[in-house]
Design a protein around this ligand. Structure first.
Ligand code: ATP
Length: 234
């Protein structure tokens, strides 16, 4: 690929202290994710998918190794600078939507833009556009309780993309949806990734979805192994 990667991880290790001694779950991971690309992360429960996402999302510091976002090495940054970088460049989607129940769909998407200093009028307009792109143009004023599970997850995706992040990190984003809803939410996410150029790293147990991603890596004994298309089983 000719473009520079948005996420670049080098020789990353993660060891957790436990009563039985150190537990090393990541043992030297290298990974680049490029603009507009959707990379899948698979592996059995406990293999280290979330650990890698947390390090890539600057939520936790790795034990060793480096993470760079848009060419900027984050290792030397203090907590304040990491938080700023996280807010401006990274969007997160989780298995459960974590939407604010008393806010409607649009205001859930408006909120992170307001925190980033965008005016209310502009934030509302952008939120409306992103929600419409995700097929929710006629659900702007519904509260989360008035939306279906798939619709809520689309709102969570719109919220994650609100500040036009460079990197989207998702941990089992369709994990609590039925297969066909899961597929359609994923397709919306993929379309948006392609149009916005965001780089996405998605951890999933769903092999069907993994099969639709650009590249897929399995975490095996602390290392990443790239899977050939059509053989994503672990
Ligand atoms: N704070 C911690 N302290 C000790 N061990 C931890 C800690 N966080 C995670 N682990 C261990 O590290 C391993 C990897 O956890 P991680 O959450 O990254 O796995 P995962 O692949 O995301 O799993 P799942 O698919 O179940 O979400 C697990 O065995 C877990 O018990």
């Amino acid at each position: 690929m000719s473009e520079a990667p948005i996420l670049s991880v080098r020789d990353l290790t993660r060891t957790y202290p436990t009563a039985q001694g150190g537990l090393t779950v990541l043992k030297g991971v290298d990974l680049d994710v490029y603009p507009g690309e959707i990379v899948g992360l698979i592996g059995p429960s406990g293999s280290g998918k979330s650990s890698l996402l947390h390090a890539a999302g600057l939520l936790e510091k790795p034990t060793s190794g480096t993470v760079a976002i848009d060419g900027e090495a984050v290792g030397g940054l203090d907590e304040r600078a990491r938080t700023r970088l996280r807010l401006s460049r990274i969007g997160f989607v989780y298995q459960f939507h974590h939407l604010l129940p008393e806010f409607d769909a649009r205001d859930n998407v408006v909120l992170p833009m307001r925190i980033a200093g965008v005016s209310l009028a502009e934030a509302r307009a952008k939120a409306g556009e992103t929600l419409a792109a995700l097929g929710l143009g006629d659900r702007l004023t519904h509260q989360p309780a008035q939306l279906s599970g798939g619709e809520r997850q689309r709102v969570a995706i719109a919220r994650a993309l609100a500040n036009r992040p460079r990197l989207l990190l998702a941990d089992e984003p369709t994990g609590n949806l039925d297969p066909s809803t899961s597929q359609s939410v994923f397709e919306s996410l993929r379309d948006l990734a392609k149009t916005t150029g965001v780089a996405a790293l998605i951890a999933t147990h769903n092999m069907e979805l993994a099969g639709h991603m650009d590249r897929v890596f399995a975490i095996k004994d602390g290392h990443l192994e790239q899977r050939a298309a059509e053989s994503h089983a672990y």
